[in-house]
Design a protein around this ligand. Structure first.
Ligand code: NAP
Length: 285
């Protein structure tokens, strides 16, 4: 039976540690780190993510400003807002909650964020740095996945790691971070043939597919570590669930994460870490 790696527990530990550093930062630099979140519209999922970010900031002692705009905002107006936040010396980190309304080009908005304030690590300059092995702000969810593996004491070096999913925000950067830790990495996607054959050879299996309970027991190697990034609704129960069939896979894996309570809390915690990192970088510039 697999050990369940608790993202909730690790997030709490990390947040307690961060909270202890804030008074020192205040003393050294005269103010605390400041995260600005831009939320467009009233999508329930986005509102819930933004509330989680606000709660995290309050727990740790990071200043948080949420700017809410209607879906009728023009691209030019949003670019103007990003420019204001870029120029505002009291703002250290900017996050634009995705997805944006269809009439707004998300890439254009992300490209407009000052790379030094790009707390998600989505700006092309930060993405390039990641793939060129330069020090940079790491995207939050992939960073959280690696932190969970480390917390559980799972050896990454030399292991076969398989990532299901190749998105720019999860699959690809997770694969790069695993490669950086000397894993042998296979990336699978919707066109992969013989998926089961590949996944069942993985010592470390990362599921970032976006399909409820997609990873079944017969896709998992005995004793594998399975990290579930997916956030889905179970079509039968309507409840939140991951990409992994947790109930059945936990009997075969040696380590596993749960949804909720696994990767999710780590994503927000890494966002808080990144905000502090952006702040220190700017202060020491
Ligand atoms: P995405 O952009 O939709 O990417 C999904 C990936 O899965 C794609 O690369 C796709 O392949 C692949 N895929 C789809 N069907 C497949 C199949 N049958 N076999 C193998 N691969 C298949 O999603 P994402 O943004 O990476 O997010 C993935 C999941 O993570 C979602 O559930 C999302 O909600 C969740 N998520 C969670 C957090 C968190 O903090 N917990 C953060 C971000 C995302 P193709 O490239 O060929 O289409």
């Amino acid at each position: 039976m697999a050990v369940v790696i608790s993202g909730k527990e690790l997030a709490l530990l990390k947040r307690e540690n961060m909270a202890k550093t804030i008074p020192d930062l205040l003393e050294k630099y005269g103010r605390v780190p400041h995260l600005a979140v831009v939320l467009i519209g009233d999508d329930a999922g986005s509102i819930s993510y933004v509330r989680g970010k606000e709660k995290g900031c309050n727990e740790v002692g990071i200043k948080n400003t949420t700017i809410v705009k209607g879906t009728d905002i023009t691209e030019a107006k949003l670019l103007g807002l990003i420019d204001e936040l870029n120029q505002d010396d009291t703002v250290d980190a900017i996050l634009v909650q995705l997805p944006l309304p269809k009439h707004i080009d998300s890439d254009k908005i992300i490209n407009a964020i000052d790379p030094l304030k790009d707390v998600d690590g989505f700006h092309p300059r930060n993405v390039a740095s990641l793939y060129l092995n330069e020090k940079c702000i790491l995207p939050c969810t992939p960073k959280g996945v690696i932190a969970l593996l480390d917390y559980a004491g799972i050896e990454i070096k030399g292991k076969n790691a398989c990532v299901i999913g190749r998105s720019n925000i999860v699959g690809m950067p997770v694969a790069k971070l695993l490669l950086d830790r000397d894993a042998t990495v296979t990336i699978c996607h919707s066109k992969t043939e013989n998926l089961k054959e590949i996944t069942s050879k993985a010592d470390i299996l990362i599921a970032a597919v976006g399909k409820p309970l997609f990873v079944k027991e017969d896709m998992v190697k005995d004793g594998a570590a399975v990290i579930d990034v997916g956030v889905n609704r179970n079509p039968e129960t309507g409840k939140l669930c991951g990409d992994v069939d947790f109930v059945n896979v936990k009997g075969k894996a040696s380590f596993i994460t749960k949804v909720p309570g696994g990767v999710g809390p780590m994503t927000i915690t890494c966002l808080l870490e990144n905000t502090i990192e952006c702040f220190i970088k700017r202060m020491e510039k």
